[in-house]
Ligand binder design. Structure first.
Ligand code: HXC
Length: 511
């Protein structure tokens, strides 16, 4: 073979790889509002930075005549590139090739990328669009999945792992994303389920559509499986880029600093009016969040799930932070099963990746009821307590209003390692609210007049921050207008925090 022929062969194989499952399947992908794997990777990464690995890999299956059809690359595009100039590893399943299903060779490509990402300390992003295990390869495909899961677990807390669900994700295809840190879904065109509508119909006789069962809305609001949703593929991939901008490349790195043009000592008089005088009146905690962070830029995580807890990323003084905040505007900001688990996982992510935690507290307590008790609020609430107590990153806490009962302890209190604990003058820190406390202390023995007087007396004595401040449990009572500057100074003060828990194999978080 002469030189020209050698180059031509290379060009041909390259072209074959790049045309995936062929023009017809690509057209089908496009007509259903989806990009191809290569188009997605190109859109996700900084222009011209993608370097593909294993483009010539083909499957090694022989059953059901699959050996007659081999496409270079075999249903997954993998490699590395940059997002905002920072290295990331990426794989994108190609639905046009055998439905993006996992062959042994295909799994080996993903494993190689995972191992590179761990070795080089860079985030791994998976763009998922797959029919699951490749039926023709049987147990080899299952083995491939298990190998990927294993790497997912060993990478957890070492490098950030992000999954974007860009199409169908059935069977084994959902479990690798489930082991990663964040799941993005595209509205209407992406689905995740372990067993699809047809199997469900056969087994439980339930009628459910693909969208109801595993669409983006379902996973973002009902199951809590998805953390972010985008209205289309482009918006979703842009959100992945945005998330990357807040997080470090690995657990040994600092989160990426940005030059801050928003004055660090900016006071905001309007903050003094956000918390209502009437303790039973709701307000939106996001009004406080937006006013205190840099440039009002808040990337909220799981905004549609357990809305009584707000979590997300922002910057203060240019430094990325994780915000955990009770939301008085939804269920009075009460702690329940879903909100506890939601916040606990976020706290653990921030702790694993050196992102300081800023906790805003306005919580009347844990939600009472048999639903919660039978559902295991005891163990789920304990997750949040565990996560905050275990976290060794800087922990700055601000009590804006209510901090009652166990929820006071749980929400990054001084007692479980809060480094700086602030309170507004409107804070109420006690075992329980005045009405409940008086009912228990006097159990119907008081006339209505006496009861009202007792409630008032309790409110005066306990529903304020001064007892806690007198004991040093609150370091400083601050005016709302100074919140931004106070928290930023606390973040500077804690910047070099050194704290590690005792060595152990691992803790045993109540799961
Ligand atoms: C081999 C598959 C396949 C599979 C789809 N294809 N799933 N090939 N193994 N698992 C092929 C189809 O034959 C078709 O090939 C192409 O992919 C596109 O599939 P369509 O069905 O035409 O597409 P669509 O109508 O969009 O439906 C997509 C789908 C559906 C929802 C993903 O294909 C489906 O339900 N597939 C099966 C899902 C599943 O049950 N997977 C196994 C789960 S078990 P042609 O050549 O016609 O284009 C599992 C175990 C792992 O994953 C466990 C680990 C814990």
């Amino acid at each position: 073979m002469d030189l020209k022929a050698k180059f031509e062969k290379f060009e041909l194989l390259n072209k074959q790889a790049e045309s995936g499952g062929g023009a017809e399947r690509i057209e089908k992908q496009h007509s259903s509002g989806k990009k191809t794997a290569r188009e997605r990777v190109a859109f996700l990464l900084d222009s011209g930075t993608f370097n593909e690995i294993d483009k010539m890999v083909t499957h090694r299956g022989t059953d059901f005549g699959i050996d007659k059809s081999k496409i270079p690359g075999d249903g997954v595009v993998s490699g590395y590139g940059k997002i905002n100039g920072r290295l990331v590893y990426v794989f994108a399943q190609d639905f046009t090739v055998f439905g993006g299903t996992l062959s042994r060779a295909n799994a080996d490509k993903i494993l190689k990328i995972q191992e590179l990402a761990i070795k080089m300390g860079a985030p791994l992003i998976g763009l998922n669009d797959s029919g699951g295990a490749r039926i023709q390869e049987g147990v080899e495909s299952l083995a491939g999945y298990a190998d990927i899961f294993y790497n997912n677990v060993l990478s957890s807390g070492v490098i950030p792992q992000i999954s974007a669900i860009m199409g169908a994700c059935a069977g084994g295809a959902v479990y690798s994303p489930a082991l990663t840190d964040f799941i993005f879904m595209v509205e209407k065109t992406s689905h995740m389920f372990v067993t699809g509508p047809e199997v469900i119909k056969t087994v439980t006789h339930e009628d459910v559509t693909k969208e109801e069962l595993g669409g983006a809305t379902t996973h973002a609001s009902k199951s809590g499986v998805a953390h972010f949703t985008g209205s289309d593929e482009e918006q979703t991939l842009m959100m992945v880029r945005e998330l990357i901008s807040f997080i470090p490349s690995n657990n040994m790195d600092e989160p990426p600093l940005k030059i801050c043009t928003d004055p660090e000592n900016r006071t905001d008089i309007s903050l003094n009016q956000v918390v209502p005088v009437d303790p039973n009146k709701p307000y939106d905690i996001k009004d406080i969040i937006h006013k205190i962070i840099d440039d009002e830029h808040f990337l909220e995580v799981q905004p549609h799930y357990a809305a009584n807890m707000v979590i997300g990323f922002a910057r203060m003084g240019g430094k990325p932070i994780g915000i955990v905040a009770n939301q008085p505007a939804y269920l009075a900001g009460v702690l329940d099963i879903n909100s506890s688990a939601k916040a606990a996982r976020f706290v653990r992510f921030c702790d694993a990746f050196n992102i300081p935690l800023v906790t805003l507290v306005d919580v009347p307590g844990f939600l009472p009821g048999t639903g919660q008790e039978f559902g295991g609020i005891i163990k789920h609430g304990a997750k949040l307590l565990y996560a905050f107590a275990e976290a060794t990153v800087a922990k700055i806490t601000l009590i804006t209003r209510k901090a009652y009962g166990g929820a006071y302890d749980v929400m990054s209190s001084k007692h479980i390692g809060g480094d700086v604990n602030f309170a507004y003058p409107t804070a109420e820190i006690a075992v329980m609210g005045p009405e409940g406390a008086i009912n228990i202390l006097h159990r119907g023995k008081l006339s209505e007049e006496e009861r009202i007087a007792a409630v008032e007396e309790y409110r005066e004595k306990f529903a304020n921050p001064y007892r806690a401040a007198a004991l040093g449990y609150i370091d400083e009572i601050i005016l709302p207008q100074d919140t931004r500057s106070k928290i930023i100074q606390a973040l500077h003060m804690t910047h070099n925090k050194r704290k590690s828990n005792l060595p152990r194999k691992h803790g045993n978080i109540p799961l």
